[in-house]
Design a protein around this ligand. Sequence first.
Ligand SMILES: Cc1cc2nc3c(=O)[nH]c(=O)nc-3n(C[C@H](O)[C@H](O)[C@H](O)COP(=O)(O)OP(=O)(O)OC[C@H]3O[C@@H](n4cnc5c(N)ncnc54)[C@H](O)[C@@H]3O)c2cc1C
Ligand code: FES
Length: 285
Amino acid sequence: MTRLFFIEKTEQLADKVYQMWVRAPHVAHHAQAGQFVIFRIDEKGERIPLTISAVDGDSIRVIFMTVGKTTTHLASLSGGHFIKDVAGPLGKPSEIKKYGTCVLVGGGVGTASLPIIARAAKAADNRVIGIVGARNAGLLILEDEMQHACDELHITTDDGSKGFHGFAADFLKQVIAKEQVDCVWIIGPAIMMKVTSECTRSAGIKTFVSLNPVMVDGTGMCGSCRVHIDGITKFACVDGPEFDAHKVDFNSLMQRLRMYQPEEKESLERYQAHICTCKGSERHA
Ligand SMILES: Cc1cc2nc3c(=O)[nH]c(=O)nc-3n(C[C@H](O)[C@H](O)[C@H](O)COP(=O)(O)OP(=O)(O)OC[C@H]3O[C@@H](n4cnc5c(N)ncnc54)[C@H](O)[C@@H]3O)c2cc1C
Ligand code: FES
């Protein structure tokens, strides 16, 4: 018998950002901070990796941004629908231990990864400062949840519509100038992680980033997720996704992320045309 994964609910959190609760007991019972799942919506679907953002009983939550065909399709599935495959938990868990003061910096949808890390870091007796950044106030996510999970939370927006006016990196510099910081997690778009992790390099602060290369099998076999860490090739799906930020070759990561853009654009356009045709034929039926 084919096992399917039941979607409990889907909610929109911000423009193009959705949260989805899926019943996946095996994943939920073993998941740790920093790990991810690979979803395949149906038999013909492509595999997409998504961070496990929260766990509740037998269910996991993922938070995703609709950037292409599969994430757009996923957002169209509401409570009561099913997903064909949910593989996980995958990847190495975050390196949680007692550091002292930890700062967790989230950019855009990357913030989805932070509450579970914040709770684990608190449980390990750290003081946790959260910095959640977005382009504008309407794109901020998980503010209340982060408020509860952290000892202190700061909001930054690029346009100043809420909280500190500027980038999360600028705010992080201020925190580091004011107090002793022992460990930092930065999770967001590759360029944001690259720039923000420079703020901690000269101070020698241990800094983790969670890398998001294209993944296919998630088992270390296909090689598609290779990244360069300190000049050595690693596979993000099994050796990561979290790595020491100061050893990551971000330029090669960003170059590889751009590699399939024409195909991804074409695939999304074909999917959108297909949806329009289906809606059109429903109207004429
Ligand atoms: C470990 C990990 C955790 C992630 N967690 C999240 C998350 O919690 N929320 C979220 O919104 N996104 C997350 N991503 C990125 C997410 O997997 C992609 O946005 C998604 O695969 C895009 O698929 P698409 O068909 O909608 O878009 P496409 O049009 O296929 O691609 C759009 C962009 O998404 C990226 N992408 C495409 N396919 C893959 C793939 N198979 N693996 C990885 N990246 C891909 C590429 O950068 C691409 O340019 C994560 C990626 C990794 C590696
Ligand atoms: S996704 Fe295939 S090796 Fe990592």
